[in-house]
Design a protein around this ligand. Structure first.
Ligand code: PMP
Length: 440
């Protein structure tokens, strides 16, 4: 039963467990958007491995890709050595990039996590420029290792880890609901002037940073899309000063936001692109793609054992191909717009939704306390207790969704890209019931 497994888990696994505390679930079976627990209860999974499962659970093309590798007697693990599976994965991935970026890019396979690929990206720009400062953004999330945590904006997990990587500087992210930086009529001008001043002021200590790292849509920070104009400005400023721009698309890549890559919405290109999660098509894989002019590191500069997982390359290739062939980015855009429209009408019927936002199928609902005073830009205080209650009410009704954001007050929806309109309507109906019940 669920209870038996959850009890065993609580006794045997570390205290650092996180999701299971909020979602008491032991999973027996999973298919498409559905997971079934040990007691036979079915849920719609709008967390989907924190955005990993673009095609949902156990998609036929993913299963076939695994079977194909098994049947072929190819090696399963190869360090950096190449195989036909690896070259086919690279072909598929490069064919899905904007042509001008693909033409200048090189690829580095990393240890299987997003965090490892971010580490590689940071080391790459430091090596290439000879500089050490990294510019990053409030509320950004790039991983849980020392280096990635150092450049993450989330302060809470850092408090107990004292010796982080020095020389990281944080800038405000254009979080439209709570922060006027970079938004509004003059926002982009104010924002770019601020960043330019910082880079031109010898007293700031960051005149020549090694790089800037940014999420085009902040994920863990609360599903916050950066305004397009702001992204263009950031690209202009970094380009003019020859500062490598690292775009972290670990969560947004492979169609989730309504384009194959989220940077495409702004018509910009990164110098360094980091991918993980969906790029492995359900299995662990991460890569860094970068302008070959940055390829100045020595052989062995970023090594690691598990960078040759053939199964993940095969499932990744199958997933990227399926996403393209079935126009899933366009579908994610259409469904995302529909969800936002429906959530905006729910917002009018309840009192605790402060903001509904997102890009494609990466959506955030900001839960607020309307009984408190709004601040100067009209945003109300976050209400994490209520967000948690809504999550629990959804869970009771068979919907798995995540709570995130810097105040733990954002309900996050990251369903598989193959979710049907009917399934979306079911999620929205249950969500409305859950929020009405949590508010009462
Ligand atoms: N960057 C982003 C944008 C992420 O969302 C995450 C994971 N949530 C990471 C990096 C780190 O990836 P991993 O957990 O695989 O180390």
């Amino acid at each position: 039963s669920n209870e038996a497994l959850l009890t065993m888990q609580a006794q045997r696994e570390s205290n650092a467990r996180s999701y299971p505390r909020r979602l008491p679930l032991a999973i027996k079976r999973a298919e498409g958007v559905y997971v079934t627990d040990m007691d036979g209860k079915q849920y719609i999974d709008c967390l989907a491995g924190a955005g990993t499962l673009a095609l949902g659970h156990n998609h036929a093309v993913v299963r076939e890709a695994i079977e194909e590798v098994m049947k072929s007697y190819l090696p399963l693990h190869t360090l950096d050595l190449t195989t036909p599976v690896k070259e086919a994965f690279i072909d598929e991935l490069f064919a899905s990039l904007p042509r001008s970026f693909a033409e200048k890019a090189k690829i580095q396979f990393c240890g299987p996590t997003g965090g490892d690929a971010i580490e590689a990206a940071l080391k790459l720009v430091k090596t290439a420029t000879g500089n050490r400062a990294i510019l990053s953004f409030h509320g950004g999330y790039h991983g849980s290792t020392h280096g990635t945590l150092s450049v993450s904006g989330t302060t809470d997990p850092k408090k107990k880890i004292h010796a982080l990587v020095p020389d990281t500087h944080f800038l405000p992210y254009p979080y439209e609901y709570r922060c006027p930086f970079g938004i509004g009529k003059d926002g982009h001008r104010i924002s770019s002037t601020y960043i330019e001043n910082l880079l031109d002021d010898p007293e700031s200590g960051i005149v020549t940073p090694a790089g800037v790292i940014v999420e085009v849509v902040q994920g863990e920070g609360g599903s916050i899309p950066a305004p397009i104009e702001w992204l263009k400005e950031l690209r202009r400023i970094t380009k003019e000063r020859n500062i490598p721009l690292i775009i972290d698309e670990v969560q947004t890549g492979i169609g989730r936001t309504g384009k194959m890559f989220a940077f495409e919405h702004a018509g910009i290109e990164p110098d360094v692109l980091v991918l993980s999660k969906a790029v492995g098509g359900s299995l662990p894989l991460s890569v860094v793609l970068y302008d070959r002019r940055l390829d100045k590191w020595e052989p062995g500069a970023h090594i690691g054992t598990f960078r040759g997982n053939q199964m993940a390359m095969a499932t990744g290739r199958a997933t990227i191909r399926f996403v393209k062939e079935n126009q899933l980015p366009e579908y994610a855009h259409k469904m995302g717009s529909y969800i936002i429209k429906q959530l905006t009408s729910i917002q009018k019927q309840v009192s605790s939704i402060g903001d509904v936002r997102g890009r494609g199928l990466m959506i955030g609902v900001e839960i607020i306390n309307p009984m408190k005073q709004p601040n100067q830009i009209g945003s109300y205080p976050a209400y994490p207790e209520l967000a948690k209650k809504i999550q629990q009410e959804c869970f009771k009704r068979g919907i798995i969704l995540e709570v995130g954001g810097r105040f733990s007050s954002v309900i996050r929806l990251l369903p598989p890209l193959i979710i049907s309109k009917e399934q979306i309507d079911e999620v929205l109906d249950r969500f409305y019931e859950a929020i009405a019940s949590a508010e009462s």
